[in-house]
Every structure is written in structure tokens, then in C-alpha cells.
Design a protein around this ligand. Structure first.
Ligand SMILES: Cc1ncc(COP(=O)(O)OP(=O)(O)O)c(N)n1
Ligand SMILES: Cc1nc(C(=O)O)sc1CCOP(=O)(O)O
Ligand SMILES: [Mg+2]
Length: 216
């Protein structure tokens, strides 16, 4: 599967995001068909460093068993130390160029963009994919910027240098199909799966809503 295909249903999660045990939520999300996972241990109830590493290793094992790549948010050192498949960084994090210079060749580097300029820079610096948003209002990121909306998302897409893209921020089953019609390769979600009463069914529902039809 190509990275573009891997972005179809990108689940992001840390212990602070979950209604149930994180291991259980990830297991259900994997069973429901997520195609990429990002470990994002942030927030008031986030684990200590030691517990974070232990949880990362546990979740990584589960992703491996389902052949789903495991990406770490922000923490390049943790990602390299545990042999993660990649890292996702935003504008406040280490630059894509600096990470590219010190990481293995096949290491996935994802970058956030909320504007044409940020998308162009990330592409120039060697990012492998872009997370574009917030598209809609989100309750999962305390310092999120103002949402750009579906039109804002569509306006950025011509300036991604052909990189694979994923939309993020406030996406759930009610808007997923509309988001996909902008032309992104997939959606990245936290709460639509992590706070669902039944994460497996939630993931499976999103998976079918993000599936490309042959004519697309
Ligand atoms: C796929 C994806 N897109 C965007 C983000 C946001 O990254 P960032 O702006 O660095 O914010 P934090 O997630 O670090 O709070 C993401 N994590 N994943
Ligand atoms: C982690 C993150 N990054 C965003 C960005 O726009 O860069 S929005 C976001 C939170 C996404 O969570 P939910 O699916 O619950 O809205
Ligand atoms: Mg970050």
C-alpha cells in the first residue's frame, strides 16, 4: 500500500483522548480498518515519560500485528528510539528539513499546514505528506487555530506540490464524504473514534465513507 493509500483513515490518539483504555481503543480502531496510526500523548492526563514510552511500545506492537504504520507526534527522539515508522511535526516543532537530515531514508515525515505558504514550505523541505487543518472546529487540540472550512482546504490543495494530503480537525461521519470530495487522500481523526461508544464500528463507518470509488 502506498503512503497516499495509507492516509485514507488516519487515527490519532493519546491516553487523554480515550473514554476507555488506550490499548483497547487502538485494538478496536485497528479491527475497524484504520490505515495509519499516530501516537499523540498530550493533554492534562498525558502519561509521564516512562509510561509514555511503555504505552508507545505497546500500541506499536498492536499496529505491527495489523500491518498499520505507527507514527509518533512531535517527539522525534522517541520515534527513533523505538523504531517507529515516522513522525508528525507542526509549525512549533523541529523542522522537516532538520529531521530529514538525521533520520533513516524510509522514515515517514508528516507536516501540518494551515495555509498555502506552510504547504509549499513543507513540500520544499521534504515532507512525505501534509495534514491540513483545522478544517472544522475541534475540541481535541487546545491551541488549535481558527478553522479554515472546506473551501479553505480546497484552496490549499493546488499548492501541496503533489504530496499526499489528509484533512484534520472536527471531522466525523457527518461531514466525511464532503471532506473527501475536496480531493484530499484521507481524513485524520481523534474524537470520532477515540470518544465513540463503539470505536470499532466508528472506524469501520469512516472507512467506508473514505473509500474511493473507481470513478473518483
Ligand atoms: C495528521 C496531522 N495533522 C496535523 C497535526 C497537528 O500537528 P501540530 O500542529 O504539531 O499540533 P500537535 O498535534 O502537535 O498538537 C497532527 N498531529 N497530525
Ligand atoms: C491534532 C490536531 N491537529 C489539528 C490541526 O488542525 O493541525 S486539529 C487536531 C485535533 C483533531 O481532533 P478531532 O478529530 O477530535 O477534531
Ligand atoms: Mg506538533
Amino acid at each position: 500500500m502506498t503512503l497516499r493509500q495509507r492516509l485514507q483513515l488516519y487515527f490519532i490518539m493519546g491516553s487523554d483522548d480515550c473514554l476507555h483504555a488506550p490499548e483497547q481503543v487502538v485494538e478496536e480502531a485497528l479491527a475497524g480498518g484504520i490505515t495509519l496510526f499516530q501516537f499523540r500523548e498530550k493533554g492534562a492526563r498525558a502519561h509521564s515519560d516512562t509510561a509514555t514510552r511503555a504505552l508507545a511500545l505497546e500500541l506499536q506492537q498492536r499496529c505491527r500485528r495489523h500491518d498499520v504504520p505507527f507514527v509518533v507526534n512531535d517527539d522525534v527522539e522517541l520515534a527513533l528510539a523505538i523504531g517507529a515508522d515516522g513522525v508528525h511535526v507542526g509549525q512549533q516543532d523541529e523542522s522537516v528539513a532538520a529531521i530529514r537530515a538525521r533520520c533513516p531514508r524510509n522514515f515517514i515525515i508528516g507536516a501540518s499546514a494551515i495555509s498555502r505558504e506552510e504547504a509549499e514550505r513543507a513540500s520544499r523541505e521534504g515532507a512525505d505528506y501534509l495534514g491540513i487543518g483545522p478544517v472544522l472546529a475541534t475540541g481535541s487540540k487546545a491551541d488549535a487555530e481558527r478553522p479554515i472550512g472546506l473551501q479553505g482546504l480546497a484552496d490549499i490543495l493546488p499548492f501541496t506540490g503533489g504530496l499526499p494530503t489528509v484533512a484534520i480537525g472536527g471531522i466525523d461521519a457527518s461531514c466525511c464524504a464532503r471532506v473527501m470530495r475536496t480531493g484530499v487522500d484521507g481524513v485524520a481523526v481523534i474524537s470520532a473514534i477515540s470518544r465513540a461508544a463503539a470505536p470499532r464500528q466508528a472506524a469501520a463507518g469512516l472507512k467506508s465513507l473514505t473509500a474511493r470509488q473507481p470513478a473518483d
